[in-house]
Design a protein around this ligand. Sequence first.
Ligand code: GLU
Length: 305
Amino acid sequence: MFQDLINEALETGRPYIKEGEVATYIPELGRADKNKLGISIFCRDGSRFSCGDTKDRFSIQSISKVISLAVALEVCGFDMVFENVGMEPSGDAFNSLIKLEGSNSHPYNPMINSGAIVVASFIEPKVSFEEMLKLARCFCQDDGIVLDEKVYGSEMSTVARNRAIAYLLESKGVINGNVEEALDFYVKMCSLSVTAESLAGLGLLLANDGVDPSGKRLLNSDTVRVVKTIMLTCGMYDGSGEFAVRVGIPSKSGVGGGLLSVVDGKMGIGIYGPSLDAKGNSIAGRKILQFLSSQMKLHIFAKKD
Ligand code: GLU
């Protein structure tokens, strides 16, 4: 029955694919098949449901910002992170420089590029990329996650805008350590290859307060609470407000077409749908989540009967 609902959700989203486009500003992402669509749901009781292209690998892109923020909170602490990055939605595109020249030179939040590059600069001296890869595999319950060298190379060859952001931040003294190393670390994290299933695994970890399905605690409760709150307010680019009203599930999207959602205490949801709306969110993914939220009363403020 639940499987039927998930199948129906996927078909509800599918007609919107044609209204979006795959990202092309990183050339390798432009090679994605726009018509791919898949959803995986991992529940706290151990049940798992999948429909569509849930085993296709794609790059995690901005969803890595969730992993990086969680690790930064664990290894650097709340104060160090939020002394350098804000916790407010920016209302601008993910790769915007506009507000960095304002009176407060700190990036608005860790879910946009500027914030994530600062977060990377704090993690990088303490945790190597190889260790981050291991952590990503563990958080997502997916040993198949690797660095997608093609995406990494493609992004590094077109990294001018992120490099501009990084150097502007460095000029304001917000970058910790070596700016090029922070940038490289950030791009590598964006180039991790995941599936809709891996994202459901990560979502379940967050839904379950940082405890994995074997009962092992991987993240502190406080870390998980902060990460989910930032996902709710800032996770869907400059569409975060509308998404919170219409769907009300803490989520993070990436321009590779991934969508990570956390139904607190219940389930993790992973979606792959590389056709994006104008703000960079999976266009079908948004509709699928809206359908599931209304059908299953998953909105964080849905009236509980
Ligand atoms: N690697 C991408 C960039 O820095 C991530 C963008 C995204 O998924 O929002 O532009």
